[in-house]
Design a protein around this ligand. Structure first.
Ligand SMILES: Cc1ncc(COP(=O)(O)O)c(C=O)c1O
Length: 328
């Protein structure tokens, strides 16, 4: 185990966020569900920009960018992308130039993450309603153009759900295990969202390497299990190449992928998730959002109600605070 920890620690990262993130109980839901104990790990409070999971990912990604002597970060996503805003904020801190590329039109009503982008004067390119493939083509062309101008750009790929990005959540699970020891709390199960699968891949890989102290439940917010499984395995392969520690497991044996709560997919509410966005802050004073966190909570509470969860449980709050203000 010492060897594994040493190898993981040898993967360098820059320091951007505030860690460890807090862990605390949500006692009003414990009472309502008559369940002990339900924890929340506050990865919405990672300390830069509107916070959220991407800060952990960027600590590793920006290290790679520094190693490659990059001076400009190219980040892309849909309008209201959490990643684009968080990357732009983190670039300010790290003194990288940053260009954000959005596949969408610039709306007249500037709100949510877009407002935050304006406040930090990010260099935003709105390229109209094009596909993700066309957005990638635009990014590649911009990359070439900048290189010809003597710049050294670095492209953040796949919404930061890459091997380096997922290292952030390998690190997060080690952090959570340490918190369990320090705070003397015996968390048995974890719930987190799965979209491209970066958060999931990091948690699953890290947990397996630690000897599976937690049961990992990934609530899909986008794809059916088969695709999510493939995405996670792709990213785990990238992590293996970085750490040089093989992952010799069948995913089915080391995590529980759940695609029952994703509704019609990414960004499309279910009745229950829509309700949760109001219910959760009303009872706990903590805001969640529509796309990722609400569906995880719906799934976690439902499985608790159906007695499919054992022992103390922890919801990983991955943030998305900026986009919440763009969702109404
Ligand atoms: C707030 C929030 N939570 C969770 C995720 C899911 O991450 P992944 O794509 O790694 O599954 C994202 C991804 O953009 C996100 O913005």
């Amino acid at each position: 185990m010492k060897d594994i920890r040493a190898k993981l620690n040898s993967v360098k990262k820059v320091s951007i966020g505030c860690f460890p993130t807090p862990v605390h109980r949500i006692t009003n839901f414990e009472k309502e569900l008559n369940y002990k104990k339900i924890y929340i790990k506050r990865d919405d409070l990672t300390g830069v920009g509107p916070g959220g999971n991407k800060i952990r990912c960027l600590e590793y990604i920006f290290q790679e960018a520094l190693d490659k002597k990059a001076d400009t970060i190219l980040v892309s996503g849909p309008v209201q992308s959490n990643l684009c805003t968080i990357a732009a904020c983190a670039c300010r801190k790290m003194n990288f130039d940053c260009i954000s590329i959005f596949n969408g039109d610039k709306p007249e009503d500037i709100k949510g993450n877009m407002l935050l982008d304006e406040l930090i004067s990010s260099d935003a390119h709105y390229i109209g309603k094009v596909t993700e493939e066309d957005r990638s083509k635009y990014v590649d062309e911009l990359n070439m153009k900048l290189k010809n101008e003597g710049k050294n750009p670095y492209i953040i790929k796949n919404g930061a759900s890459t091997g380096y990005g997922a290292m952030g959540y390998v690190n997060a699970i080690i952090e959570l295990q340490q918190q369990c020891w320090d705070l003397n709390i015996g968390i048995k199960e974890i719930f987190a969202p799965g979209a491209n699968g970066g958060v999931a891949a990091g948690l699953i890989y890290g947990n397996a390497l630690l000897g599976s102290p937690f049961k990992i439940n990934i609530i899909s917010v986008e794809y059916e299990n088969k695709i999510l499984n493939e995405n996670i395995m792709e990213i785990i392969k990238e992590i293996e190449a970085i750490t040089d520690i093989p992952f010799n497991y069948n995913l089915k044996n080391v995590c529980n992928l759940v695609d029952d709560y994703r509704g019609m997919g990414w960004g499309l509410n279910t009745d229950e998730s829509k309700e949760m966005v109001f219910d959760f802050p009303k009872k706990e004073g903590v805001f969640i959002e529509n796309i990722y966190t609400s569906k995880v909570l719906v799934g976690m509470f439902d499985l608790i109600k159906k007695s499919k969860v054992n022992g103390s449980v922890c919801f990983i709050h991955t943030g998305g605070f900026g986009s919440l203000f763009g969702q109404f």
